[in-house]
Write a protein that binds this ligand. Sequence first.
Ligand SMILES: O=C(O)CCC(=O)C(=O)O
Length: 266
Amino acid sequence: MALTTEQKAFFEERGYLPYKRVLSDEELEVLRQRSVDIATGKVNHVPPRFIQHEKAFQNGIPTGVDPLDTVRKMTQLCYFDDAFQAIAKKAEILDAVEELLGSPNIKLYTDQLMMKPRFHGTVTDWHQDSVAWPFFLPQDHVSCWVALDDATIENGCMTVLPGSHKWGPVAREYRNRFLEMPELEKPAPVELKAGACMFHHGLNWHRTGANSTPNRRRGLAMHYITAETKYLGLEDEESRMLTECEKPKGTFRFLLVRGQEFPGRV
Ligand SMILES: O=C(O)CCC(=O)C(=O)O
């Protein structure tokens, strides 16, 4: 058992779980360097459409600004990059995910390396992940957020609304009304040391603040679903994901990271 009864109960009740250190110093170093090499174009095995810049730099980078400080997020690194993929398949993480998802058959839906660049990292506002991904049935994915740098309140660590997953999915137009509900608990910042991770339920509300500090705050979010999940995706949703030729060899739609696949499922 990877998780204690208390940890499981905490996740069920609160919709998130601060966890232990899951990356070694060596892994951290490799991932940090890889993130720099991909973001700055030193290597180009990740298609540019998966690299997004902060809004302020979408029309160009002024002289004097380090290009690394302009990248907001990079998606699908666990599909394209071997070092990131190894983390998505890491036993320490999957052992806990298996217990939280309640299935030994696990796929990675997608991943985001949120770069939250020093001086320029902007807010990611309150949201529920599952609501953005309504094409999965059931909507019960579990995310693992791994800190590649120390994540603090000052540089924009993850902040969750404990217990908010219990209210179910909330359509985006009702977001503000939901957030004003007096029944909600106070937001809880989850500061993490580099190499440690936290889990959150797909319906848990969370946000991250801006980063105007001189310290980067990179965090790798990996979003897991069970291989038994039904996929209702339409063509435009498919095209946001990987194209046929980009899919890792032998995969159907999503990357199997543990266990087996099922016909007619994700
Ligand atoms: O790391 C961030 O800035 C945001 C992460 C997030 O929203 C997520 O993991 O779903």
